[in-house]
Design a protein around this ligand. Structure first.
Ligand code: NAD
Length: 500
């Protein structure tokens, strides 16, 4: 086997050789071949990265927001210049098509654009004369050393939901990206240095549970942002909170789209094809359940099935592909296993992706678009997050029944309604218990200047990512009450002041 590049950690502005020999394999899912290795951090490596971030903190938090914004602006220009390379790396290690990867890189870059406005975003409140000669105001100050732990499915975008905002707020950062897709984060770090970011402000540490646990338990880490599966999100939230850290932990999803009888079915079917099968269903905002209301089911399933059969599945690097492979062999086997279970559970398999062959890529982790109809709420293909190109259709008699079904789900990341009725849309947006809602928009991922996050088992913690909630998460508010006596003597009082 040819010599493999071994990806190292990024600490204090440069590559850092790991202290132990533990490492993982990075695959190209389209070929099934190992393309790189990645170092797995020990507790000592993690400690080194956190200490670097801690050392860089005083100078960075003292840097004016305007200067921090200027570094962000240089970073923004470099990211735009190198977006194709970032997309290529994301596509190679994840498997998604390059076009799709480029879209997600751009959505990440939009968070840097948002962070360029940090002088405006950090402004506090001020009130003069809250008492006689007394003013009150609030300051937003950085939290300290912040950590990001990210999943495999968006190698650039999800890390960029976190660190640009944290760093613009004056914090320093340690990123622990998914060990399955480590390359993008190294490029993101290198470009940030080139943009003028001082060494130690942004660090990247690779690895597995050892690295994550070391970060969770490190006394110098103040805040943790996590995105990944629900069981790990819950673990991160509980452990981090027990250790006194501020935590936001975004988990898994099972996103429903409700289709009303008055919806434009051609438009809806096209939207659902993109939302169900884009990125091979490996998106936390993918639609994995369609709830057909009234008698719309048969016509809708027919349209989705016809279109699903035309999708081209193959290597993400080849032009014209709609869908790439799944991220690993294990994950592909797991998703395939769910298709088997769905058949045993009695759902009707309308399109079966299991027989897909991609000539010349027999070792790739491919599964074609799969469509189940007549799924019921007790089936595991409905209850569990599958995270693959498997779309399940359920039927509901009314909008109220559809809402009741969705509100009973333990996941609550995103949802959508397709309808021509403003009244149905209004009832839906008002009563649905889900964090992000689309109206005739299948994947309602909020723009960088709004906040991203779900409810229930899709988010542990109180604040969503980027937008106003991101600024809140990465800052602590300090309320100041001030008086500047001009020579008058103030007699002591033991009475609670009322500032009248
Ligand atoms: P994952 O939970 O397996 O891994 C996420 C991160 O946690 C990785 O960095 C990984 O190294 C680490 N990790 C894994 N197991 C761990 C353990 N036992 N202890 C400590 N750390 C551990 O998730 P994934 O498979 O990389 O990503 C897919 C999942 O992420 C899906 O469930 C998807 O819905 C979810 N996701 C959610 C959102 C959202 O915004 N809610 C966005 C993207 C992905």
């Amino acid at each position: 086997m040819a010599h493999l590049v071994s990806i190292q950690h990024w600490i204090e502005g440069g590559e850092y050789q790991a202290t132990n020999g533990r490492r993982g394999k990075v695959f190209n899912p389209a070929t099934g071949q190992v393309v790189r290795e990645v170092a797995f951090a020990s507790e000592a490596d993690v400690d080194r990265s956190v200490r670097a971030a801690k050392r860089a903190l005083p100078a960075w938090r003292a840097t004016t927001p305007l200067r921090r914004a200027r570094v962000m602006q240089s970073y923004l220009a470099l990211l735009k210049l190198h977006e194709l390379k970032l997309a290529e790396l994301a596509s190679e290690e994840h498997g998604k098509t390059r076009e799709d990867a480029l879209g997600s890189v751009r959505r990440g870059i939009e968070v840097v654009e948002f962070a360029c406005g940090i002088p405006q975003l950090l402004k506090g409140e001020h009130a003069a004369n809250v008492g006689t000669g007394v003013d009150a105001y609030s300051l937003r100050q950085p939290v300290g050393v912040c950590v990001g732990i990210t999943p495999f499915n968006f190698p650039a975008m999800v890390p960029m939901w976190m660190y640009p905002v944290a760093i613009a707020c004056g914090n320093t950062f340690v990123l622990k990206p998914s060990e399955k897709v480590p390359s993008c984060s190294m490029m993101l770090a290198r470009l940030f240095k080139e943009a003028g970011l001082p060494d130690g402000v942004f660090n990247v540490i690779h690895g597995d549970k050892v690295a994550v646990d070391s970060l969770l338990n490190h006394p110098d880490v103040s805040a943790l942002s996590f995105v990944g599966s629900t069981p790990i999100a819950k673990y991160i939230y509980e452990t981090g909170a027990r250790n006194g850290k501020r935590v936001q932990a975004l988990g898994g999803a099972k996103n429903h789209a409700v289709v009303m009888p008055d919806a434009d079915l051609d438009f809806t079917a096209e939207a659902l094809i993109g939302a169900g099968y884009g990125s091979a269903g490996e998106r936390c905002m993918a639609i994995s359940v369609v709830v057909a209301v009234g008698d719309v089911g048969d016509a809708l399933v027919d349209r989705i099935a016809r279109r699903a059969r035309t999708l081209k599945t193959g290597p993400g690097s080849e032009p014209g592909m709609d869908m790439g492979p799944l991220v690993t062999r294990e994950h592909c086997d797991k998703v395939r296993g769910y298709v088997d279970v769905g058949v045993t559970e009695g759902a009707s398999l309308v399109v079966d992706g299991r027989s897909l062959q991609v000539p010349g890529h027999e070792d790739g982790f491919f599964l074609g678009p799969t469509l189940f109809d007549k799924v019921t709420p007790t089936m595991s293909i409905y209850r569990d997050e599958i995270f693959g190109p498997v779309l399940c259709v359920l039927r509901a008699p009314t909008l109220e029944a559809a809402i009741e079904l969705i509100n009973a789900s333990r996941f609550a990341n995103g949802t959508a309604i397709f309808t021509a009725s403003g009244s149905s849309a209004r009832i839906f947006e008002e009563s649905i218990e889900v964090g992000m809602v689309g109206i005739n928009v299948p994947i309602p991922v909020p723009m960088a200047f709004f906040s991203f996050g779900g409810w229930k088992n899709s988010l542990f913690g109180d604040l969503h990512m980027h937008g106003a909630e991101g600024i809140k998460f990465y800052t602590r508010t300090k309320a100041v009450t001030s008086r500047w006596p001009a020579g008058q003597t103030v007699s002591s009082s033991l009475v609670m002041p009322t500032h009248a």
